[in-house]
Ligand binder design. Structure first.
Ligand code: DGL
Length: 265
């Protein structure tokens, strides 16, 4: 029954492509329907109520478009809307917060973990709650980095200006003794080389996409993803400008995305 049904993936913009790239690696043959809500990016400064409404609209669109399993590839909506979505829809829906925490707990040696994320994600406290549940001794140091998403959306992931913005933003994390840093926004893996450059190589950077897709493979496909329809096309939708998404998306994934279509939700 699941054969041929695509995975729905959504984010506020190009950030969810970091999760799509991981799907390509771990689940070859899986089909994707992607929504980037670029008319309303950034999500990070928005209240939880609004984020729940956006996530609901997009999930509904993805399911109506034929998706079965859904990956909420946005930490901000995963942090505040996942319970609501899982309650409302029968489809398997997975977020990026819990997998990111699990991955970080697996690598930390000193139980001092940094979290960089949007204001909405930090304010939700979702990572801390889940981490404490799994390991009451862990310390999570959260830092909102509101300047990072606009950089990635503009495709400015390298260069002096980007490095100086990243350096300034990460200063509060410098002397906390963290050995692990969760990239708690799906846009941030595209800044990972700059973040590494600023923080040094002693800190493990955790991209939650890896664990998310591992869990999605088990949950959504039950190990049957290989029988999906590799010959069918992936579909990409945005609420804003398709041409801009294509230009930046192609640059970020170092590949050519198929045609990007505009959708009104
Ligand atoms: N990439 C999203 C996240 O993981 C949203 C970022 C934003 O639009 O502010 O939080």
């Amino acid at each position: 029954m699941l054969n041929g049904k695509p995975i729905g993936v959504f984010d506020s913009g190009v950030g969810g492509l970091s999760v799509v790239e991981e799907i390509f690696k771990q689940l070859p043959g899986a089909r994707i329907i992607y929504v980037g809500d670029t008319a309303r990016v950034p999500y990070g400064g928005r209240p939880a109520k609004e984020l729940i409404a956006f996530a609901d609209e997009i999930t509904n669109f993805l399911i109506q478009s034929g998706a079965w399993g859904i990956i909420d590839a946005c930490n901000s909506t995963s942090a505040v809307a996942l319970d609501y979505l899982q309650e409302k829809y029968v489809n398997p829906i997975i977020g990026v917060v819990e997998p990111g925490v699990k991955a970080a707990l697996q690598v930390t040696k000193n139980n001092r973990i940094g979290l960089i994320a949007t204001e909405a994600t930090v304010k939700s406290g979702a990572h801390i709650r889940f981490a404490k549940l799994l390991n009451p001794n862990v310390h999570i140091y959260s830092l909102a980095c509101p300047d990072f998403v606009p950089l990635v959306e503009a495709g400015e992931v390298t260069g002096d200006r980007t490095k100086s913005i990243v350096k300034k933003a990460l200063k509060p994390l410098m002397c906390l003794g963290i050995d692990t840093l969760i990239l708690g926004c799906t846009h941030y893996p595209y800044l990972a080389p700059v973040i590494k450059d600023v923080l040094g190589t002693d800190i493990n950077l955790v991209d939650p996409a890896i664990e998310t897709v591992k869990e999605a493979g088990k949950m959504i496909f039950n190990g049957h993803y290989r029988s999906f329809c590799p010959e069918a096309d992936d579909q990409y939708f945005v609420t804003g400008d398709p041409a801009h998404f294509k230009t930046v998306g192609d640059m970020l994934i170092k590949n050519s995305l198929p045609i990007i279509r505009k959708v009104v939700l």
